[in-house]
Write a new protein. Structure first.
Length: 257
C-alpha cells in the first residue's frame, strides 16, 4: 500500500488539533465532501480500534492479538485486516496532504531531532514558487470544505493551516509556549551541570582510591624487601653462626683423616 500509516498519523494529529477540535467546540458542521473529513480517513477506524497500554504493548481490536510495538500491529492490519479499508467510502489518504499540514515539522518535534541547523537549512533552501503552489492547493481544499451558506470551516482551515504555508512561517511552531521552552532549556542546562559535577566527584574519589591502593602495595613491597635484607644480613654477619660453621668444618676434616 502506497499510503503511509505513519505520515497519516501525523496528519491526523495535526487535523485533530487545528481543525476538528475547533469545529466540535463551535458546533460547526463539517461537509462530508471535504477530503479532510474524518469519515473519509482511510486508517481512522483501525487507529481507533487499537488498544494501547504503554506498559504491556498493543492489542488488535479485531482479533485480540497482542504486539510489543505499534509498528508490528500496523503490519498485522495490512496482512490480516486490510479488507476493512475497502469499506471506507471515498477514502482519503491523509499522507497525500502532509505538504499542506506540515507533517515534516511534527516529525522533527516527535523524533527529537536537532532542530536548530536542521530548520535553518530548510528555511534557506525553501523555494517561494513551490511554497506558493502548496498554499494555493490548501486554499482550494479549504473552499471545498466550506459548508453551504457558511464559510466558517473555510476560514478555520485558511487561518490555522494555509496561513503557515510560506517560507517564513512554514517551520514556525505556533503551539510552543516561550516560557515553557525557557524553563525546559534551563532545566537541561542545570541537569547537565549537575551530571558533570557528579561525574567529576566520582572520578576524583576513584582516582584517590587507586592512588591509596597503589601506595599501600608499594609500602607492602618495601616492608617485604626490608625483611629479606634484614634476614640476609643476620644470616651473613651472625658471629655465632660463623663459629658454628667453623666447628662443623673442623669436625668434618678430622673424620675424613
Amino acid at each position: 500500500m502506497s499510503c503511509s500509516r505513519i505520515n497519516s498519523r501525523y496528519a491526523r494529529s495535526i487535523l485533530q488539533r487545528s481543525i476538528y477540535n475547533l469545529l466540535q467546540s463551535a458546533n460547526i458542521k463539517f461537509s462530508v465532501g471535504c477530503p479532510l473529513h474524518p469519515s473519509r480517513d482511510l486508517f481512522r477506524e483501525q487507529e481507533e480500534i487499537k488498544n494501547s497500554n504503554y506498559q504491556s504493548g498493543w492489542t488488535c481490536g479485531y482479533c485480540g492479538k497482542w504486539f510489543y510495538e505499534e509498528r508490528f500491529l500496523d503490519q498485522h492490519f495490512d496482512n490480516r485486516h486490510s479488507n476493512v479499508l475497502d469499506g471506507v467510502a471515498n477514502a482519503t489518504c491523509l499522507d497525500d496532504y502532509c505538504d499542506i499540514l506540515r507533517c515534516d515539522l511534527a516529525r522533527i518535534q516527535d523524533t527529537s531531532m536537532i532542530k536548530g541547523n536542521h530548520i535553518w537549512w530548510k528555511n534557506a533552501l525553501c523555494k517561494p514558487t513551490e511554497m506558493m503552489n502548496i498554499k494555493n492547493r490548501c486554499l482550494r481544499i479549504a473552499k471545498e470544505c466550506s459548508s453551504e451558506g457558511s464559510n466558517n470551516v473555510q476560514d478555520i482551515i485558511t487561518s490555522n493551516i494555509c496561513s503557515h504555508l510560506t517560507c517564513k512561517n512554514y517551520w514556525n511552531r505556533e503551539d510552543v509556549d516561550p516560557v515553557k521552552e525557557a524553563y525546559k532549556l534551563a532545566f537541561h542546562i542545570l541537569f547537565g551541570i549537575m551530571t558533570g559535577l557528579a561525574l567529576f566527584t566520582y572520578y576524583m574519589f576513584t582516582l584517590e582510591y587507586v592512588i591509596s591502593l597503589a601506595n599501600y602495595d608499594i609500602s607492602l613491597w618495601i616492608n617485604a624487601r626490608n625483611r629479606v635484607i634484614l634476614h640476609t644480613n643476620r644470616f651473613q654477619y651472625n658471629p655465632t653462626y660463623k663459629a658454628a660453621s667453623r666447628w662443623q668444618r673442623e669436625t668434618r676434616d678430622k673424620l675424613m683423616v
